[in-house]
Ligand binder design. Structure first.
Ligand code: URA
Length: 434
């Protein structure tokens, strides 16, 4: 094949053949297609799209670029559910990313309570969205890197594992994603859908629940775009034999009352202890119900497993299995500064993107891949949309080890808060569609 021909085909709104796509992904991964050629092709895809068959081929080629993991032979828990082959079922969740989205932390152990294995390969934060691995690394001793054999053993014994994806999983995606990041081609539905789904299909989960975020703090700012992304990913999973369901959920305001690393772990532990903010509990329970149903488990009551300590037991075993001490004190930021409500009324808006950028600037996130994050940094919220506030009351506390960061964090928050007269109600529902 000729790379320039392939780029021209997409530039002129043509359809690429399965052979052209398989060749392109393989040749690029092995270094035979130049970066500028792949960048041009990605831009043509962003502008002109791909049909369902092309997206499926692109995804299959990215899966074929690396290893496929296999968790299909786990023994069932005593008295626990089984899949069609008599083994322990597996289920995973993927969130397209948001602010304060710590749901994976309570969710993975909660689902494992019911005898379903959760192989949760997670990522680090980049930009204003947090990363599950950065959060868990706030726990003293906890390790993100596991071998495939360690992962398998932990899924058998504990039932839940949250760890980093190894370098062998979808290497084509790693290379293409890094290129998209610096060429303005991240926001293309075919490329996002194939990137996410190639990793989830290669990971070998039997079922998958997608939490597609909508709103200022998400990739997809509007409901229609998010719906198209969700439909594309559900079709890819279903065609690959993975039972796949998607929820569209609100990301116009942060989830819970914390955005950062250690403070999000602390809030997750509150949820596992049967408390925690109502929105975090609601989404955790709903996603657990969806994961269990997708894994073929009926009649489970995940809310009860949060209240009675069963999910907490699995959490403690999961953290210990990866070297962490679930009883250790979490790091605390050295400096704090309070932001006060500017007026009396009802808090109707607290913008997710602004809070995410503030937490990032305070040190909870990184600007370049090689940066270190501050475990204690972030934003603690004292009120959520719907609350009645009084002028001068604390609205948020900003946390960092490096106080010179407060100014830029406050700049990010300049238009974050919307207070309306008494009687007003915030607009958005948490779970927008399924
Ligand atoms: N997350 C991914 O893994 N890939 C994308 O393209 C976007 C979000």
């Amino acid at each position: 094949f000729d790379t320039v021909d392939i780029i021209r085909t997409k530039r002129d709104r043509g359809v690429l053949s399965p052979e052209q796509i398989a060749w392109t992904i393989d040749a690029y991964t092995r270094g035979f297609i130049a970066e500028e050629q792949m960048a041009a092709l990605n831009m043509a895809i962003l502008l002109n799209g791909m049909n369902r068959e092309e997206i499926a081929q692109w995804t299959a080629a990215m899966i074929a670029s690396g290893e496929r993991m296999d968790f299909s032979a786990l023994r069932p828990a005593p008295g626990g559910p089984t899949d069609a082959n008599g083994n322990k079922p597996t289920s995973d969740k993927h969130s397209t990313g948001g602010v304060g989205d710590k749901i994976t932390l309570p969710l993975a152990p909660l689902v494992a309570v019911f005898g379903v294995a959760v192989p949760q390969l997670s990522g680090r934060g980049l930009g204003h969205t947090g990363g599950t691995l950065d959060k868990l690394e706030a726990i003293p001793g906890w390790r993100a890197a596991l071998s495939n054999a360690d992962m398998m053993a932990q899924l058998q014994d504990v039932g839940a594992v949250i760890c980093a994806a190894g370098s062998g999983l979808a290497p084509a995606d790693k290379k293409i994603y890094a290129l998209r990041d610096v060429t303005g081609t991240v926001e293309a539905i075919p490329l996002i859908a194939s990137s996410i789904m190639s990793k989830k299909i290669a990971e070998g989960t039997g079922s998958l629940v997608l939490d597609v975020k909508v709103g200022s703090g998400a990739f997809m700012k509007d409901l229609e775009q998010a719906r198209e992304l969700a439909r594309t990913m559900v079709a890819l999973g279903t065609d690959a034999g993975v039972k796949t369901v998607a929820l569209l959920t609100d990301m116009s305001t942060p989830l819970g009352l914390t955005a950062g690393n250690a403070i999000e772990v602390e809030e997750s532990v509150e949820v596992l202890a049967g408390g925690g903010p109502q929105d975090v509990v609601e989404l955790t329970v709903r996603l657990a119900e969806e994961m269990l149903a997708a894994a073929g488990v009926s009649g489970a009551d995940p809310a009860a497993a949060l209240r009675d300590g069963r999910a907490m037991d699995v959490w403690r075993r999961m953290i210990r299995a990866q070297g962490g001490d679930p009883d250790a004190a979490l790091p605390v930021a050295k400096e704090s500064e309070v932001v006060y409500a500017p007026a009396d009324g009802v808090l109707v808006g607290l913008d997710a993107l602004s809070v995410g950028v503030a937490a990032w600037r305070l040190g909870a996130g990184r600007a370049r891949k090689e940066d270190l994050v501050q475990a204690g940094a972030g934003v603690r919220l004292h009120a959520k949309p719907g609350a009645t506030v009084k002028a001068g009351e604390p609205l948020m506390t900003l946390l960092t080890d490096t106080p010179e960061r407060f100014e830029r964090a406050k700049e990010a928050l300049a238009d974050a808060v919307l207070i309306a007269p008494e009687g007003a109600r915030p607009a958005n529902q948490l779970i927008m569609d399924r």
